[in-house]
Write a protein that binds this ligand. Structure first.
Ligand SMILES: CC(=O)CC(=O)SCCNC(=O)CCNC(=O)[C@H](O)C(C)(C)COP(=O)(O)OP(=O)(O)OC[C@H]1O[C@@H](n2cnc3c(N)ncnc32)[C@H](O)[C@@H]1OP(=O)(O)O
Length: 240
C-alpha cells in the first residue's frame, strides 16, 4: 500500500465552506488529514475536524484562528489559501470599491492566510503551502482585470516564498484552475460560457475534484517533495 503521507497532518484551508474549498476539505479529510477551515459562512454538514467563521482580510482574526488550530489539532503542516471573490466588469467600468474588494480578499487575504503559519513551519522544518491562483492570472480574461491582477500576484508571491522557504524544508506552490463548475462560474451568462467552452479542448468546465486532487498532490510530502515555486495548471489545455 502506498499513501500520500497526509494522515494526521494538520491542514488549514480558507474558503472551505463551499465550492472548490469544500471539496478540498472533504478530500483531505478522506486522505486522513486533520483539516481546519474558515469561511464567512460555515455549513452545518462539513466533515472537517475544526471550522470557524473568519474573514481572510483581517490579519488579527487569522492570527487568532492560527492559535486556535494549533491548540486544538497541533502544529500546522499545510496551508491552502483558497478563499477568493470576483467583481467582474470591463476595466473602464470597475469602481475603486470593486478593485479594493478583490485585492483585499484575493491578495491580502492570501498574505494573511500564510503569515500566521510560516514561523511554525520553519521551526518544524516541514510544511507545504498551496495558493489557489487562476487561469485568469495566467492568460488574462476579459471582464476580470482586477481578479486576474490578484491571481497573477499570488503566483509572484508563491514563487518568491518558495525561494525563501526552501532552506527550512517548506514548499510553496500555486494551482491555476481553469473554469470549474462552482457557484462562481454558474453566474456567467450563457452566451459568454459558450465562447469560453469553445476555447477549451475538452469542451467542458472542470470539476472541483480536479483541483482538490492537484492540491493533495502539492501538499503531499511523498508525491511532491521536490516540487516548489511551481504553478500547476488544471485547465483542460485552455492555455492560449
Ligand atoms: C476563472 C476563474 O478563476 C473563476 C472565475 O472567475 S469565473 C468568472 C469568470 N468571469 C468571466 O469570464 C467574465 C464574464 N463576463 C461578464 O460577466 C460580463 O461580460 C461583464 C460583467 C464583464 C461585462 O458585462 P456587460 O458590460 O453587460 O457586457 P457583455 O454584454 O456581457 O459583454 C460584451 C461582449 O464581451 C463578451 N465577453 C465578455 N466577457 C467575456 C469573456 N470572459 N470571454 C469572452 N467573451 C467575453 C460578451 O460575450 C459580449 O460579446 P458580444 O458583444 O459579441 O455579444
Amino acid at each position: 500500500m502506498v499513501s500520500l503521507g497526509l494522515e494526521d497532518k494538520v491542514i488549514f484551508v480558507t474558503g472551505g465552506g463551499r465550492g472548490i474549498g469544500a471539496t478540498i476539505v472533504s478530500l483531505l479529510t478522506e486522505l486522513g488529514a486533520k483539516v481546519a477551515f474558515v469561511d464567512i459562512n460555515i455549513p452545518d454538514d462539513h466533515p472537517a475536524a475544526f471550522a470557524t467563521k473568519a474573514d481572510v482580510t483581517n490579519l488579527e482574526e487569522m492570527e487568532a484562528v492560527g492559535k486556535k488550530i494549533a491548540k486544538k489539532l497541533g502544529p500546522v503542516y499545510g496551508v491552502v489559501a483558497n478563499a477568493g471573490i470576483t467583481r467582474d466588469n470591463f476595466f473602464g467600468k470597475l469602481s475603486p470599491a470593486d478593485w479594493d474588494a478583490v485585492i483585499n480578499v484575493n491578495l491580502k487575504g492570501v498574505v494573511n492566510t500564510i503569515k500566521p503559519f510560516v514561523a511554525g513551519m520553519y521551526e518544524q522544518k516541514s510544511g507545504s503551502i498551496v495558493a489557489i491562483s487562476s487561469i485568469s492570472g495566467d492568460r488574462g480574461n476579459a471582464g476580470q482585470t482586477n481578479y486576474a491582477a490578484t491571481k497573477a500576484a499570488v503566483i509572484g508571491l508563491v514563487k518568491s516564498l518558495a525561494r525563501e522557504a526552501a532552506r527550512y524544508n517548506v514548499r510553496a506552490n500555486a494551482i491555476a484552475p481553469g473554469f470549474i463548475n462552482t457557484e462562481m462560474t454558474k453566474v456567467i451568462a450563457d452566451n459568454i460560457k459558450e465562447k469560453i467552452i469553445a476555447e477549451i479542448p475538452f469542451r467542458r468546465f472542470g470539476e472541483p475534484e480536479d483541483i482538490a486532487w492537484a492540491c493533495a498532490f502539492l501538499l503531499s510530502p511523498v508525491a511532491s517533495s521536490y516540487v516548489t515555486g511551481e504553478v500547476l495548471r488544471v485547465n483542460g489545455a485552455h492555455h492560449t
